[in-house]
Design a protein around this ligand. Structure first.
Ligand code: SF4
Length: 455
């Protein structure tokens, strides 16, 4: 069996499963957020009753992160609905925007968009927060009401996005009926060259198979090249499995995975026991390819979908805007690579920086290069950095969202999705690239290969 099949078999209590089997699996964690949480709660209450209790309080994780820093009252209200539910159910893992469990959330636009407006429990973008807060474990099943839930496949778990109806059912029963996906194998060999990042790997892969090339399939990333990839790198890659239509993305377990999981579960007091899976020698794949990491170059996915692959060095596109942020591209390591490029330079187009989590804000504000923090270097280069970690303009959001494109602009972005209207205006164009490529392009004002800057 493949990694995905082994996890699903175990979760179904079976010795063996085969692609195409329909099986009931037990969920280890259910995650929801402010956009889908109220709908999921509605389904749960309608189907299980107004006084029903969730199947396991320890396994429901609620992370508001999407439409948070906006004066839109309905969006603010969504956070209040989550708080009322968490209080009613006694949920220990609700990462509220405010600290008062009886309060209500209201964004104060008068304070501006840059200075932080959240309390000590707030965790930021759900997919980055889940591992940081110790909710991802090898060998487990994670369901989330968000398509990029697949990011947790970096940790050798089966993680996939589900709709509100399925999530309401999982909330009540802890189970879900799913079809075992076929597995596509991407075997990594070699090592990335300077200026080339994990984002380039996944943009290359999606360009190879198309934005629907892995529809309802597991994407297994393995091979000797994985050892050189950090956990952040693996998260970037697994995150974008859905951009090829994948059911999930998954990596093997190794010492790096163990180190990350053990430190995060210990730090947060979450469950520390886990059982990783190893692939069998006789795995069956529906597709197999080898990606030589040495040969990859800075890559861009052009408007209007993540499969429109081009090499950065071959492009000549004048830009209006640059954006670094999101679960995919707003991690500490992403900002570090971005800062390496812009250090000592200035961006020449509007450039927005949105760290994925408050912990990342803290990292950037406390890590010094010489006498300046990384945060100061970014601000000094002209990047508009907000402390309000969250999804921000990655998916557009209400009109007052930080970095949202309210006019038809061309933007290069470290985010993960670029279908029309994704970051705001329907006629805007989004070019997906690595943080290094976004940084070089922000400095040049046009799409630029970052190797000119990092060498
Ligand atoms: S940062 Fe973007 S891709 Fe990630 S969860 Fe938020 S909206 Fe979705």
């Amino acid at each position: 069996m493949t990694l995905t099949e082994k996890i699903l078999a175990r979760a179904a209590g079976k010795a063996q499963v085969t692609a195409g089997d329909n099986i009931w699996v037990n969920a280890d964690v259910l995650m929801t957020h402010d956009v889908c949480g109220p709908g999921t709660i509605g389904v749960f209450k309608r189907e299980f009753g107004q006084t029903a209790k969730v199947w396991d309080r320890q396994r429901v994780v609620i992370i508001p992160d999407h439409y948070i820093f906006t004066a839109d009252s309905k969006s603010n209200r969504n956070v209040d609905i989550l708080r009322e539910f968490a209080r009613e159910q006694g949920l220990p893992y609700f990462y509220d925007v405010i600290d008062d469990p009886n309060g209500s959330w209201k964004f104060d636009a008068a304070k501006g968009l840059l200075k932080k407006q959240y309390g000590s429990n707030y965790a930021g973008v759900c997919h980055a927060a889940l591992p940081q807060k110790g909710h991802t474990r090898p060998g487990e099943i994670l369901f989330g009401t968000d398509s990029h839930t697949c990011m947790a496949g970096a940790f050798n778990e089966f993680a996939t996005g589900i709709g509100n109806t399925d999530a309401g059912f999982v909330m009540g029963t802890g189970k879900l009926l799913i079809k075992v996906p076929e597995t596509m194998r991407f075997r990594f060999e070699g090592k990335l060259q300077p200026g080339v990042m994990a984002k380039d790997i996944i943009l290359h892969v999606i360009g190879e198979i198309g934005f629907d090339g892995a529809t309802y399939r597991a994407m297994q990333f393995d091979g000797p090249g994985v050892a050189s990839l950090s956990m952040d790198d693996r998260m970037t890659i697994a995150n974008m499995a859905i951009e090829a239509g994948g059911k999930n993305g998954i990596f093997p377990f190794d010492a790096r995975t163990a180190e990350y999981i053990e430190s995060r579960t210990r730090l947060n007091g979450t469950k520390q026991r886990y059982e990783p899976v190893e692939a069998d020698a006789d795995q069956k794949f529906v597709y197999e390819t080898v990606i030589n990491l040495d040969q990859l170059e800075p890559t861009v996915a052009c408007h209007p979908d993540p499969g429109q692959r081009k090499k950065a060095k071959e492009m000549d596109v004048k830009l209006d805007r640059a954006y670094i942020g999101s679960c995919t591209g707003g991690k500490t390591s992403d900002f570090v690579e971005f800062a390496r490029v812009v250090q000592g330079r200035r961006v020449v187009i509007d450039t927005f920086g949105v760290p994925a989590t408050p912990e990342i804000v803290h990292d950037l504000q406390t890590t010094r290069w010489g006498d300046r923090t990384i945060w100061d270097i970014l601000v000094g280069a002209g990047v508009q950095m907000t402390e309000n970690a969250g999804c921000a303009a990655c998916l557009g959001g209400p009109v007052d969202t930080f970095g949202r494109m309210n006019t038809p602009l061309k933007c290069i972005s470290a985010t993960n999705r670029n279908f029309p209207g994704r970051m705001g205006h329907k006629e805007s164009q989004v070019f997906l690239a690595s943080p290094a490529t976004v940084a070089a392009s922000a400095v040049a004002g046009r799409i630029t290969d970052p190797r000119e800057y990092v060498n």
